[in-house]
Design a protein. Sequence first.
Length: 182
Amino acid sequence: MTDIVSPAVRSRMMSGIRSKNTGPEISVRKALHRKGLRYRLHARDLPGKPDITLPRHRAVVFVHGCFWHGHDCALFRLPATRTDFWKEKIERNQANDRKAVDSLLAAGWRVAIVWECALHGKDFPDNLASELSDWITHHQGADRLEIRGYHRTMSTTDSSTVLLPKNENAARKKQDDTRASR
């Protein structure tokens, strides 16, 4: 399928999409800064160019947009047009993410991934900042942390900790009730 806009217009549209210094990334950086943590940005010498690098704690933080990294949440929907293109693009992004995380872990870095959907909701930024800064500063436990969803609880697996929604069904029911009462 051909594009419905000219190459010049498409180029202008795509140039407005940032790869770094995005809104979610800046929100996480501000939250960490308020917790007294100092960091480097977009370290080109590390695999995957982590969004936030904390060399003192040997930890990195990636802030992933749910669409661009194909997160399985309400914020991700594959576009209805050019689905093959977008599916391949997102799969390449996911493969690059896995490769970067594996390389960083092998090099002795601890890796945190904060999903865009974790930044929505009334608990952000205080709870997320506390959870993330505790993981960064207390070098014990998991060498990998993933924070996703609106309501977070902790779940530990082999060598990673995943913060998940407390009860997805309850959250959806609450959203449906709120919409019905409007």
